[in-house]
Design a protein around this ligand. Structure first.
Ligand SMILES: Nc1ncnc2c1ncn2[C@@H]1O[C@H](COP(=O)(O)OP(=O)(O)OP(=O)(O)O)[C@@H](O)[C@H]1O
Ligand SMILES: [Mg+2]
Length: 260
């Protein structure tokens, strides 16, 4: 379920932000992304900052803490968190602004090697000692063998292309709300479904996944089980809703599972 994005920054939030940034010249609301009440670029005479904010009573305000806790462990992979404000009923994160565009996962896209590179770096990042869900727990309703997905790697898990910003010759990952602890091959496995959705055959998609070293040492039966479980996850997401992108992902996940 999505949250209504505020198009104008409420005056009280702007005042809070200005305690960190100094006077704001102008701001623009981000067009994509549906979870944050506030997602905006803030311009001051000196700098530009990207802010994400939720009210303290919001049912997903825990995602602010997750992003803040993960951030020091993903420097060079994610935009740096500059500050966090918890005041006046708001929880607001200020990030380094990434002047980029969303990744394109289509066959032949020049972004694909950049995504594989950032994913490779993440796949060798140990999960930090912070509150994180485990992939075994997240998938347990969708498989008889959740233990196959266990591991000590930090996984991003939300490879929606709007969460991957291309800037210059690198990809930067935003939106760490669903960061989890799991096997190092989980992120490439999740990317496979997006690649199929974007026009790759399952074999072509897995060739991209194989750019991530952890994929190549993953037990085949674990990936088989993950493909089946992922199709089940998308069946649950698609149940009772008609968003075309969800149908696309369900189809892609089923196509991959059948291929395995
Ligand atoms: N540090 C940043 N610099 C520049 N743009 C950013 C930054 N972080 C996020 N964005 C832009 O804002 C959009 C929304 O951000 P993000 O995905 O983190 O928020 P969200 O509201 O939690 O979204 P979602 O609906 O995907 O959960 C991103 O798709 C991206 O275009
Ligand atoms: Mg997002």
């Amino acid at each position: 379920m999505s949250t209504e994005r505020l198009h104008e920054l409420p005056a009280d939030v702007l005042a809070l932000i200005e305690t960190r940034t100094g006077p704001v010249l102008k701001h623009e609301t981000a067009v994509s992304g549906l979870n944050s009440e506030i997602a905006a670029r803030i311009h001051t005479p000196e700098t530009t900052v990207f802010v994400k904010g939720l009210r303290e009573g919001h049912r997903r305000v825990w995602t602010q803490a997750r992003e803040a806790d993960v951030n020091p462990h993903v420097r060079g992979i994610a935009p740096a968190l500059l500050w966090r404000i918890q005041a006046a009923g708001w929880d607001v994160l200020g990030f380094e602004d990434i002047p980029g565009r969303h990744a394109d996962y289509a066959p032949g896209s020049p972004d694909l090697p950049l995504v594989a590179d950032v994913m490779s770096r993440l796949s060798t990042t140990q999960a930090p000692d912070i509150t994180l869900r485990t992939m075994s727990d997240r998938m347990k309703a969708h498989t008889d063998t959740p233990e196959l997905f266990a591991g000590d790697t930090l996984c991003h898990t939300d490879w929606f292309p709007t969460n991957v910003l291309i800037t210059g010759r690198i990809a930067v990952l935003v939106d760490w709300a669903w960061a989890s602890r799991g096997a190092a091959w989980i992120d490439p496995a999740l990317w496979v479904v997006w690649l199929i959705d974007s026009g790759h055959t399952p074999a072509q998609a897995e060739q991209w996944a194989a750019r991530i070293p952890a994929w190549n040492t993953a037990p085949a039966e674990s990936i088989d089980a993950f493909a089946r479980a992922t199709a089940s996850v998308w069946e649950e997401i698609a149940d009772g809703q008609t968003e075309p992108w969800v149908d696309g992902m369900l189809h892609a996940a089923r196509t991959w599972s059948a291929h395995r």
